[in-house]
Design a protein around this ligand. Structure first.
Ligand SMILES: *Cc1c(COP(=O)(O)O)cnc(C)c1O
Length: 314
């Protein structure tokens, strides 16, 4: 698998109707690497960096349900690089992603969540003393390269609008570490566009969640020699996190079932289904009507299959 660059992902109209808004989905779940998603978009940039730096092993962090760990370990295996994953004991339930990570031969090192940071630095040191040149990727592909991936996605959205003679008033998506959101916000600032970018938090609460996005935006902009933004330029909504990461409600299952039947698009309970439901609640609460709304499908398709039984029952 040698992918240096991905093609723009499709944007399609879907059959959703709410307050006379038109809904579209950008299908980043269709990125043609390891079941796609935002982690695949980011991984392409990380592996270009790994090749150019001549690193010989990869070390990263994530739970057993992590899409990031599946994709990183898949590309690493395909390129013959050993991959080390530090994983919290608290979240080690077997999932389709963890089973695939096993198939890819990643070495999973489990430790309590409080020891993750030290375990990562210890392992980097061990690899270095062995004479290796390891490449560290932050959990979820956080950092300026991850942000760059969604500046690129933002530019794809701009190109679509230019071709279609069309403007999205809102962009919604599932926000986790906030890197996806940071990239979209930076894209908007660089292009000087007028629209609202709304990250629906799937786990973090404010003010922390918003602060992390804000810091990522400013890190990226300063790396490009640009000035800071105001924290109010970041819209990180924590009204729909329920009981935190991985928690969901019957309303989310209903949303997933509906989009599956209506549009043939799989969503999951942890990220995209939760965010799609949160988006609709946000639209109702803020009485948004008659707008063009883009939802970014950030992937996580294997999680859809983990959820299948629950969706069937709904
Ligand atoms: C990781 C992930 C997110 C969150 O992305 P961040 O850049 O961490 O905010 C959203 N959706 C899916 C499917 C993911 O795997």
């Amino acid at each position: 698998m040698f992918v240096e660059k991905i093609d723009p992902t499709p944007i399609q109209r879907i059959g959703e109707y709410l307050n006379g808004n038109a809904f579209f989905i950008k299908r980043d779940d269709l990125i043609p690497i390891s079941f796609g998603g935002n982690k695949a978009r980011k991984a392409v940039l990380f592996f270009n960096d790994i090749r150019s730096k001549g690193c010989d092993s990869v070390i990263t962090y994530g739970s057993s349900s992590s899409n990031h760990c599946r994709i990183i370990s898949n590309i690493a295996a395909s390129e013959g690089l050993p991959c080390y994953i530090i994983s919290p004991l608290e979240n080690s339930r077997q999932t389709s992603n963890s089973k695939m990570t096993e198939i890819f031969g990643a070495k999973v090192i489990r430790c309590p969540i409080s020891e993750v940071k030290d375990t990562i630095s210890n392992h980097i040191e061990i690899l270095k003393t062995r004479g290796n040149n390891p490449y560290f990727i932050q959990g979820g592909g956080h950092g300026n390269l991850g942000t760059q991936a969604y500046v690129d996605a933002y530019n794809e959205i701009k190109d679509y609008e230019d071709d279609a003679g069309f403007h999205f008033d809102y962009i919604f998506f599932a926000s986790g570490t906030g890197t996806t959101q940071a990239g979209l916000v930076c894209g908007q600032i660089i292009n000087g566009d007028d629209r609202k970018i709304v990250g629906i938090s799937i786990s973090r609460r404010n003010p922390f969640g918003k602060q992390v996005v804000f810091n990522s935006v400013n890190d990226y902009l300063s790396s490009k020699g640009m000035g800071e933004v105001k924290i109010d330029d970041v819209c990180f909504i924590d009204d729909y996190v329920l009981d935190g990461y991985g928690s969901y409600s019957p309303a989310i299952l209903k949303t997933i079932k509906r989009i599956l039947i209506q549009d043939g698009i799989p969503l999951d309970t942890t990220y995209t289904g939760k965010a799609f439901w949160g988006m609709k609640e946000y639209i109702k609460k803020n009485e948004i009507s008659g707008k063009n709304i883009l939802f970014i499908h950030t992937g996580g398709v294997p999680l859809f299959f983990d959820d299948l039984e629950e969706i069937t029952k709904e």
